[in-house]
Write a protein of this length. Structure first.
Length: 372
């Protein structure tokens, strides 16, 4: 096992052109980030129980205020960099939303807050960053709503980290490292198309999303099984899988709204490195329903949940518009679902072409999804 100093040096080298490792001097900030890093490392440890052959994975924060994350295989170990901007932007989004009186009014006591809050997002050529001059946005004055804000932020970043782990475990990083020495895999404004076709890149992103959804739900079922030992606040979130998913889809849809803000156009979407957020959302929902069907959820219950999740996404769209300068346009996302159905089917079927490319680089090839 390499020591932390060597890992830190490697991490700085990998991300040197993007800011390197965050080196702050505010004890309070460092304590918050160290605590969150410990939580992320616990997610990696959980995944290792399912994939014992997983090599070392070093996780750290990148000193960069954009919404991004990256994964790479380097010198026998894997590295995941969570950009500081991702932590801040996601946190500020939910702080602002749960501090607004007309967003999720059924949770806690929104009357303890007042006024409308906005977060300042800067879109620079498809790279989303945050205007620090408007910070900090205080959390809700209601303890329960502040708790929900933290929970939503944590679950969103967990999804992002699990997505990065998907790139590692499913062999995407190994495959890319076989094509180029510049093997860093970043989520936004990446250079994947320089090494393989957009369709391959989007298929791998779809696979990483699938990995993240699968393990998010496995972790949820574990928490549900531990229901009696949870705090009263967590019991509100883990009463059953439907309750969890109703809150979780609010988080993930909100995250894709951030992605949509960074790259909102449907034009030329077939040539991008990532599927359009509307396509990613559609595929994630289908993945959820397939998992629940495999766990024998009755069809009537699944239909009811499907309706609830669609309404929650609509409300998440409204909530996003309330705290940003984006207009409420949930119908546009629905329209894109239908406009891209043929392409989405093509993207799904392309898994059969991608599977042979990554199989030898996967941590456990036997656990790769079967051909479709």
């Amino acid at each position: 096992m390499q020591n932390q100093k060597v890992h830190k040096e490697n991490f700085n080298f990998i991300f040197k052109d993007r800011g390197g490792a965050f080196e702050g001097n505010d004890p309070q900030v460092l304590n918050i980030l160290d605590s969150f890093k410990t939580h992320i490392e616990s997610i990696v440890s959980y995944v290792r129980k399912h994939y014992p052959a997983l090599p070392e994975v070093y996780v750290d924060f990148v000193n960069n205020l954009t919404l991004n994350a990256g994964a790479v295989y380097y010198k026998g170990s894997y590295y995941i960099g969570l950009y500081l901007g991702a932590k801040i932007i996601i946190g500020e989004l939910f702080n602002a939303e749960l501090s607004s009186t007309n967003i999720l009014p059924e949770k806690g006591n929104p009357s303890l807050d007042f006024g409308d809050k906005k977060i300042g997002l800067i879109n620079n050529g498809g790279i989303l960053s945050i205007d620090l001059s408007g910070l900090p946005n205080q959390k809700s004055n209601d303890p329960l709503r502040a708790f929900y804000s933290d929970f939503f932020s944590q679950k969103t970043i967990e999804f992002l980290i699990l997505h990065e782990l998907g790139h590692i475990i499913r062999g995407h990083c190994g495959y890319k490292s076989s094509l180029t020495n510049n093997a860093l895999w970043v989520e936004f404004n990446g250079d994947s198309n320089a090494f393989y076709t957009p369709l391959i890149s989007q298929t791998l992103e779809m696979d990483a999303d699938s990995f993240a959804v699968n393990h998010s739900i496995i972790l949820a079922y574990h928490s549900i099984s531990e229901y009696m030992s949870l705090s009263d606040d967590l019991k509100k979130l883990y009463e059953n899988i439907e309750t969890f998913l109703e809150n979780w889809i609010f988080c993930i849809y909100s995250f894709f709204k951030l992605s949509d803000t960074a790259s909102p156009s449907l034009a030329d979407f077939e040539n991008k490195s990532h599927p359009h957020p509307a396509i990613r959302t559609w595929l994630i929902l289908n993945n959820i329903y397939a998992i629940l069907e495999s766990r024998n959820m009755p069809s009537e219950q699944l239909t009811t949940l499907s309706f609830k999740l669609s309404k929650i996404m609509e409300h998440a769209d409204f909530a996003f518009s309330e705290v940003t300068f984006k207009k409420f346009d949930y119908q546009n996302m629905v329209d894109i679902f239908f406009q891209t159905r043929l392409y989405t089917d093509k993207l799904t079927k392309n898994w059969n072409n991608v599977l042979p490319l990554i199989k030898s680089y996967a941590i456990d090839p036997s656990k790769l999804p079967h051909p479709v």
